[in-house]
Design a protein around this ligand. Structure first.
Ligand code: DX5
Ligand code: ZN
Length: 233
């Protein structure tokens, strides 16, 4: 059984679709639409109203979502260390913590590395670290031995449907250089503000995972949207 990280590597370049931009009143049927596409990853934006202004969902919601797709949990919460186990128990395959969310981000990643995937003990947990647009890319340098993925936020965390921050493109290059200097096998994700209009430009920077919410669940044509975004990569 390949690990979550090996599966992500095989899937890359791919999209991780933001669940919260779906019509939550019909989430089951909205997610079932994705069965008609090659979407393999669902992105859950967990926000605590403290790390960022919005308050969204927690482990109970994530656990309630029954899906064969990988659960990609983006923790926009303050002091995540003691809460990681709840998200892993809720079925996380990927857990991404923000460097800005705790003094002990290295410890958070070490703790994640000891946890067992609730879906399948063989799968492991893919460990991500995320950077807000204003956080220097160099911040991840001491963490490179503890991560499988570096996620660059292309919007300031808190909402879907925001405008892509252009400086993210050169930040992708910087992260790629850091990774190649480290000789580590680490995936690059870009999260937020990626739409039909700019996905081709983002794809040129060869990210491994593009997180996209409102460009897929726009209330009109999620299947076509998802196929378009996947084809663009
Ligand atoms: C922002 C979240 C993003 C966002 C993506 O705080 O981390 O995942 O919801 O949604 P879109 O693709 O609509 O910007
Ligand atoms: Zn996100």
């Amino acid at each position: 059984m390949p690990s979550a990280f090996e599966t992500l590597k095989k899937l890359a370049p791919t999209v991780s679709v933001g669940v919260l931009t779906a019509d939550l009143m019909s989430l089951g049927s909205e997610l079932a639409l994705l069965d008609q596409t090659d979407v393999s990853i669902l992105h859950f934006d967990v926000m605590d109203g403290n790390f960022c202004p919005a308050l969204t969902v927690g482990p109970a919601f994530i656990k309630a979502v029954k899906t064969p797709l990988l659960k990609d949990i983006h923790l926009m919460i303050t002091e995540p260390v003691d809460k990681l186990a709840d998200y892993v128990a809720a079925g996380a395959d990927i857990v991404t913590v923000h460097v800005e969310s705790t003094r002990h981000v290295h410890r958070a990643l070490q703790a994640l590395g000891q946890m067992t995937n609730a879906n399948d003990p063989e799968r492991g947990i893919a460990r991500g670290v995320a950077l807000n647009p204003g956080t220097p890319v160099e911040t991840v340098e001491p963490l490179l031995d503890e991560v499988d993925m570096i996620a660059l936020l292309a919007v300031n965390p808190g909402w879907g449907g925001q405008r892509f921050i252009e400086s993210t493109l050169r930040r992708i290059e910087k992260v790629r250089r850091l990774i190649s200097e480290s000789g580590r096998d680490i995936l690059i994700a870009v999260d937020g503000g990626i739409t039909r209009d700019n996905v081709a430009e983002v794809a040129k920077m060869k990210p491994d995972i593009v997180v996209t919410g409102s460009a897929v669940f726009d209330g009109k044509a999620p299947v076509e949207n998802a196929r378009f975004m996947l084809d663009a990569l």
